[in-house]
Design a protein around this ligand. Structure first.
Ligand code: ATP
Ligand code: MG
Length: 600
């Protein structure tokens, strides 16, 4: 993106159409900038006048102002310079904070519209940093280019003009030459230093990434007693950072030293010339003071030129990554996609799908789920059962074939309408780091506390809830880690009960429960499923015994279908799976009577 395009993209955030107050504030901030700079420029001149007045050799008439009057005016002018620049910061902050808010909200909403795949292929926390850095970069760029670098360059030019008109061309020439050498030197040395900075940044990212990952996996670290390994791994990153930071600081020394040498050379040249002119009576002492102050004042903001230049380059990169994300295509519905779903028959017609072209997952799946029927899908792990659910939820699109939902093709329905109609109990339940009540209410944001309790009861969590002193306000911990696997799964069920959808998608909904709880929850699920279209995915075949239709998947296709009795009678794949599980169950039961085992 070039600068002009970036400016065009940014303009609406800072020049907000419906917010005339913010437009006025931006204009006022620019006004304050001009006034602050004017006061700044007048100060050295006033100081010179004052010195001359005190020396009794005033060349310029100081009107009615005596020496005291001049001191007061000088003080006021310094004060004004400060007041106006503070005001400018305050006013601009109003504008830029609003811009940051709008941009962050927009990016957040946009990220939620992106395909799930986009999120799955990123590291935890990296998006949060990207948004944070991107919006800060925009604030920095505007603040510094509009209010700092630009005005400083203009101020420098004005200083040269003032010095030229007050003291002659030679002084202006020396100042200009010094400034130019200073700028070129700073940019060159800073570019050279960027190497160390980059090394620091990448070491910093490495350390942050390892730290986040280590804490996300805190349970794994404990279980494998790898605390030392984790610490050493982090320390390697820290050592890398330490080395780069030291080198970077050393290079800053070179920069500061060379900058100061250039400024001193310029100042010395100007002052030697001025001193000789004072001696020969061409310049007053006041003029000498004015010159000295102007030249020091001119270089003061340039001190930061190096770091500002570096940050501008970094900010441009950060801003670009933010805009790249904003340009990522979102999930989109067909133009005339319907919001209304007619009927609840689900049909897959010769559906093909592959996450990666070379590894097809579904290779011609056809199935029909009639309204209010319960259809079960079984098959070995990794055969694509969850993938069928994702296709139905429009999280992914089929490569070939058609999916119908009610009387419409799925592609002609809006994503939100489809997802509203389906209640999912997922295979792995991840919870928000909030309370139990919050997590259940996620199924229906408007539900009352009583409804939440009812739902938990229906999911077999009534007794559990009674034993909690904080009740619905109990915190579940990061990703729900303070709850057992079975409790999490029942929260997921309660959430769906509260949602009360037309269609149920149960993906291993009871896999984490013990047999007796499973029976009880299974009964509640059966009640829930009795008047709804239901798609069940299960490994434990006993749980789907009563399904209206069982589909056996293999090699990306439905190999067998029928109800339980029919499939057993067929003596095919389902029968052998069933026999295997029966044998395993018997073995397990006899094993556990001889050697009682404990979990952990
Ligand atoms: N986002 C993804 N990107 C690439 N491959 C994926 C992705 N999600 C799943 N897969 C692969 O697709 C295959 C089918 O996955 P799926 O989750 O549908 O299996 P499943 O039948 O539900 O298995 P399980 O019984 O273990 O839950 C797996 O081999 C998996 O590795
Ligand atoms: Mg699965």
């Amino acid at each position: 993106m070039d600068l002009a395009k970036q400016a065009r993209v940014l303009k609406p955030y800072f020049w907000t159409h419906q917010r005339d107050d913010l437009k006025l504030k931006l204009i006022a901030a620019l006004g304050c900038l001009v006034l602050a700079k004017a006061s700044n420029l007048a100060t050295p001149w006033l100081l010179g006048l004052l010195v001359d007045k005190l020396n009794g050799e005033a060349l310029v008439s100081t009107w009615v102002l005596g020496a005291i009057g001049l001191v007061v005016v000088y003080a006021i002018s310094r004060l004004l310079a400060l007041v106006f620049s503070e005001l400018r910061e305050v006013l601009f902050t109003h504008v830029s904070q609003h811009a940051i808010r709008v941009l962050t909200r927009q990016t957040f909403a946009h990220l939620h519209q992106l395909p799930l795949d986009f999120h799955l292929s990123r590291h935890t926390g990296s998006l949060d940093r990207l948004v944070d850095r991107g919006t800060k970069a925009i604030d920095f760029l505007l603040r510094y280019i509009v209010f700092n670098v630009g005005p400083t360059l203009i101020e420098l030019a004005l200083v040269c003009v003032i010095v030229w008109s007050l003291f002659g061309g030679l002084y202006a020439l020396i100042i200009t030459a010094t400034v130019l050498v200073y700028i070129v030197l700073t940019l060159k040395v800073t570019s050279w230093r960027l190497r160390f900075r980059r090394e620091m940044n990448s070491a910093d990212n490495l350390v942050a990434g390892r730290m986040v990952d280590s804490f996300v996996n805190v349970e794994n670290v404990r279980l494998f007693t790898n605390e030392h390994y984790e610490t050493d791994r982090l320390d390697r990153g820290l050592a890398e950072y330490e080395r780069a930071a030291n080198q970077s600081r050393m290079s800053l020394l070179y920069l500061n030293l060379s900058q100061t040498l250039v400024v001193l050379a310029g100042v010395t040249a100007v002052l030697i010339l001025a001193a000789r002119n004072v001696e020969s009576g061409l310049l007053t002492v006041g003029g000498f003071v004015t010159l000295n102050t102007y030249i020091l004042q001119a270089f003061q903001p340039l001190n930061f030129l190096g770091s500002i230049y570096r940050q501008i380059r970094q900010s441009l990169i950060d801003m670009e990554s933010l805009f790249d994300v904003l340009e990522e295509p979102t999930e989109s519905d067909a133009i005339n996609a319907r919001t209304e779903i007619k009927g609840s028959t689900i049909t897959f017609d010769n559906v093909h799908f592959a996450y990666e072209a070379e590894r097809p997952i579904l290779r011609g799946v056809s199935l029909t789920v009639q309204p209010k029927q319960t259809v079960a899908i079984v098959g070995e792990t990794g055969c694509g059962k969850t993938t069928i659910g994702k296709l139905l939820l429009k999280i992914i699109e089929p490569d070939q074939g058609v999916i119908r939902f009610g009387s419409n093709e799925l592609s002609q329905l809006q994503r939100h309408a489809v997802r509203d109609a389906i209640g999912v109990v997922p295979q792995d339940t991840v919870l928000f780091n909030d309370t139990l009540g919050y997590n259940v209410r996620y199924g229906n944001i408007d539900a009352s506390d009583d409804e939440v309790r009812e739902a938990l009861k229906a999911a077999g969590m009534g007794e559990f809830l009674e034993h909690l002193s904080a009740g619905l306000e109990t915190e579940v911990g990061a990703r729900g880690l303070k709850l057992s696997g079975g409790e999490k799964q029942r929260i997921a069920i309660a959430r769906v009960i509260l949602k009360n959808p037309d269609i149920l998608l149960l993906d291993e909904a009871t896999s984490s429960l013990d047999i007796s709880t499973e029976r009880q929850v299974q009964k509640n699920l059966d009640d829930l499923a009795s008047d709804r279209t239901t798609l069940v995915i299960a490994h434990r075949l006993s749980t789907i015994r009563h399904a209206d239709l069982i589909l056996v998947m293999r090699d990306g296709m439905i190999q067998e279908s029928g109800d339980f009795e029919a499939l057993i009678a067929k003596k095919g794949q389902f029968k052998s799976l069933w026999d295997l599980q029966q044998i395993a169950n018997q073995k397990h039961t006899s094993d556990s009577t001889h050697h009682p085992t404990h979990a952990y």
